[in-house]
Design a protein around this ligand. Structure first.
Ligand code: DI6
Ligand code: FE
Length: 402
């Protein structure tokens, strides 16, 4: 029997449009039939047909859509605490990467870890996200860089969604770094490993989207284009780590493939913003990486606003540039470091995060949406961005279930 219930509370942020801010509704009710929201609005407007459904009253609390982390690398072996230490002793992120550390040290650890070990480690991070009201996460490969390990990572990503009440969207990130065995032969790596692995992973149903790292220490736009051509042929959406450390025109390239998102984008220029706006490509801002790398170049937030590019915020949870497992802290960082408003921050981890993942059934509170909800011990949504290192989650519903 599917459960039919009505949730009531003093406040609900539907995130449905900007008027009123947050789609805020006082004295609210949400009718849920099984896993789906069938009605939401002011309690006094609740239609008679829902009047005899079981009511759960959350009193003075705030209900929002459950949070969505649209950019993570939660599956990886080991950690890079010693590189953190090296950076504090003067080495730069790029120097460490060029010396075979950085992403490549995580590649070694990921290759030698078993699937069970990778899953156990990843779940510690996923549990931290879930504890803050997250119901959907994107998970990338990209620390295997050989067929076997890339497939292993993607299988682990899928298993996260079986082991925990969370929805997982996978991204194939074979074009993340050039593995040591192909040093100096990036084109060969793309043709002989990355693209064939993408085809195999797709055939096994492991890929929801295709990502790449377009950067001086990774792949050129021309190399990324070769991977995106195959993604397109396979009918897969693309997204890109673009303009993180320099401007190679990655966001423009991604937009020309109708990308779901361009991510990082600190060095994005006006032309890139326009291309994203025209293509409907979302901007995924990653303040955790900006903070960890002590970046000083700000993403062009004003231009993104002017061109109405949807801005999402995500943890970029990874062992190198963003060992961050808190989406609430990410919201605070988005406000403090990037000057987003608290409304933009909450939109960035709900409605716009869904947009960045190509998901239309989550990220808002409205009829037809999944009943993925977060109930908070706060009275105003700005409190979610305002506090630092505090988790006011009272309850999370995943498809209507606790
Ligand atoms: N950009 C990032 O911030 C992560 N990957 C990427 O392409 C960093 C990955 C790492 O340092 O392990
Ligand atoms: Fe990333």
């Amino acid at each position: 029997m599917t459960q039919k219930m009505v949730l009531t509370s003093a406040a609900m942020a539907t995130m449905f449009g900007g008027d009123p801010p947050y789609g805020l509704c006082r004295d609210a009710a949400i009718a849920i039939d099984g896993s789906v929201i069938v009605w939401a609005g002011e309690r006094r407007g609740l239609p008679a047909e829902y009047a005899d459904w079981t009511v759960e009253d959350f009193g003075a609390r705030l209900i929002t859509p459950a949070l969505i982390d649209a950019h993570t690398h939660v599956v990886f072996g080991g950690n890079r605490a010693t590189e953190f230490e090296m950076r504090l002793n003067g080495a730069s992120y790029e120097e460490i990467a060029r010396a075979g550390g950085g992403i490549l040290s995580t590649v070694n650890a990921t290759r030698s870890a078993s699937e069970a070990e990778l899953l156990t480690d990843a779940l510690t991070r996923v549990d931290a996200l879930i504890a803050e009201g997250v119901c959907t996460i994107e998970v990338k490969s990209g620390y295997g860089l050989d067929t076997e390990t890339e497939l292993k990572m993607l299988r682990v990503a899928r298993r996260i969604g079986e082991a925990r009440p969370v929805r997982v969207k996978t991204s194939f990130l074979g074009a993340h770094a050039v593995p040591p065995e192909y040093a100096g032969r990036a084109d060969d790596y793309i043709q002989k490993v990355c693209i064939p692995t993408l085809r195999t992973a797709h055939a096994e149903g492991l890929v929801d989207a295709v990502d790449g790292f377009c950067e001086g220490i990774a792949f050129s736009p021309a190399q990324i284009a070769q991977v995106f051509d195959v993604a397109q042929e396979l009918g897969l959406s693309v997204k890109l780590h673009a303009e993180q450390l320099s401007n190679l025109g990655g966001a423009r390239l991604a937009a020309s493939y109708g990308a779901l998102s361009a991510d990082h984008i600190e060095y994005l220029d006006a032309e890139g913003v326009k291309a994203m706006a025209e293509a409907g490509t979302a901007a995924v801002l990653l303040p955790g990486a900006f903070y960890t790398l002590r970046e000083t170049q700000m993403p062009p937030v004003d231009l993104l606003r002017q061109h109405q590019v949807p801005m999402a915020l995500a943890t970029d949870c990874n062992p190198g540039s963003s060992p961050l497992t808190s989406l609430l802290l990410t919201m605070n960082m988005g406000c403090t470091l990037f000057r987003l408003t608290p409304e933009e921050a909450l939109t960035g981890v709900t409605r716009n995060a869904a947009h960045a993942l190509g998901i239309s059934d989550a990220g808002m509170i409205a009829p037809g949406q999944r009943a993925d909800l977060a109930v908070w011990d706060v009275t105003h949504p700005a409190e979610l961005s305002y506090r630092i290192g505090f988790n006011p989650l009272h309850k999370r519903l995943f498809g209507g279930l606790e």
